[in-house]
Design a protein around this ligand. Structure first.
Ligand SMILES: Cc1ncc(COP(=O)(O)O)c(C=O)c1O
Length: 394
């Protein structure tokens, strides 16, 4: 995803302001920082842009996920339902919280199937972690309804969907807490960074303390802060936040370009009968970072990956074989291979990840190819790409 395609003068200016102040840390040093509070500024702008009461920035999307689990009270032995098409960070953070990942199937939205989620609920389920993959949304309204019916907490991973909306409302704002990533290959980037979004004051208080060793941040003197609970250091630096401030200002422009490029490709491919597209519950809200195509069979999808590469169409991902994003190749996760023993390994909790079988998800992912949408393409390049794709896929 393309934030890195647009690093320019405004990012430089923002970073320079931090360097000029000499204060690179978000907390304290009030007297010497020349009024520069870039983390705070980014949080205020995120809250406004995403329409939430609270935004809290942290050091990565992974840190945001760990913090969200902690802030929602998810810990040892709690079951968290999540999709098998995601990023390993979701699994890693659930496992490192001592919680138990439970997979539900995805459907042609490439995100959690609410019916399968409902079937996966047990008395130990505490939360559903929905991941809005490849720039667009899960059936988040139906997932909210499942969570409501079973008294579960909905947490959103919108790392890949910054700026996407469902019925006009930003992804990341439907759950109790939503998580964003600003790593180098996300829609907007700080180099590394992440954020939590919430309307829940309690979750916000816990989150902002958890990312800074449990500091309550109530007074002006950091040294006199109380520590009501344990935390970690997931702080974002002022330098990273400065880049984020500049990048967030570009978000609408990025979305506009992505949507324009994707529309040309999607409209142009629509006539090819053996192709279908990922189901997007609200197409207007798609952030359009990817165009995801479905072929009728796995064999045809594998063949299409080859012919697209031969035709010089780059940036096409066949997730079914990918070892970051799809469960099939996560042997290290299934066997709980870790430098230090995990709670799930020690206590078991009745879970065995080596036995996970997800035929519905396999049937979707084995047929899916996702193509990255880039910002710096000229319209001529997009049309050239379309022509190559058409001849490769026809
Ligand atoms: C869906 C998803 N969740 C979480 C993350 C983790 O974000 P970060 O790289 O900022 O830790 C990523 C990063 O690729 C992701 O794609």
């Amino acid at each position: 995803m393309p934030g890195f395609e647009l690093i320019g003068e405004e990012e430089r200016r923002q970073v320079q302001e931090v360097l000029d102040s000499g204060v690179l840390m978000r907390y304290g040093f009030d007297g010497s920082r020349n009024g520069q509070w870039k983390c705070r500024e980014l949080e205020q702008q995120l809250a406004m842009r995403f329409g939430v009461r609270y935004a809290h920035v942290c050091s990565s999307g992974t840190a945001a996920l760990s913090t969200a689990l902690a802030a929602c009270g998810i810990g040892a032995g709690d079951e968290v339902i999540l999709p098998p098409f995601t990023f390993v960070a979701d699994l890693e953070t659930v496992l490192s919280a001592g919680a138990v990942p439970v997979f539900a199937e995805i459907d042609q939205t490439l995100c959690l199937d609410p019916l399968s989620v409902e079937k996966a609920v047990t008395p130990k389920t505490k939360a559903v972690l929905v991941v809005h993959m490849c720039g667009a949304m899960a059936r988040v309204d139906a997932l909210q309804a499942v969570c409501r019916a079973h008294h579960l907490t909905l947490i959103e991973d919108a790392a890949q969907a910054a700026g996407a909306t469902f019925r006009g409302r930003a992804l990341g704002t439907f759950g109790k807490v939503g998580c964003l990533s600003f790593d180098y290959v996300k829609t907007i980037t700080c180099g590394e960074g992440g954020a939590l979004l919430t309307d829940d004051e309690g979750a916000y208080r816990l989150a902002q303390a958890f990312t800074d060793h449990g500091h309550d941040h109530l007074g002006a003197d950091r040294g006199a802060d109380q520590h009501p609970h344990i935390g970690l250091n997931f702080r974002l630096s002022e330098l990273h936040a400065a880049v984020g401030v500049a990048q967030l200002a570009r978000l609408d422009q990025i979305l506009e370009v992505q949507r324009r490029h994707k529309a040309i490709l999607k409209d142009g491919l629509a006539g090819i009968r053996r192709l279908s597209f990922r189901v997007v519950p609200d197409p207007e809200g798609d952030s359009s970072t990817f165009l995801s195509l479905l072929l009728p069979t796995e064999d045809e999808a594998r063949q299409a990956v080859k012919t697209l590469a031969e035709a010089g169409v780059d940036g096409c991902f066949y997730w079914y074989d990918n070892n970051w994003h799809y469960h099939r190749k996560w042997d290290h996760i299934k066997t709980l291979s870790s430098p230090a023993r995990l709670a799930l390994d020690r206590f078991g909790y009745g879970a065995d990840l080596t036995k996970v079988a997800l035929p519905q998800s396999d049937a979707v992912m084995s047929r899916t190819i996702s193509m990255l949408i880039k910002l710096r393409w000229t319209e001529e390049q997009v049309r050239d790409k379309l022509a190559r794709m058409k001849s490769a896929l026809a």
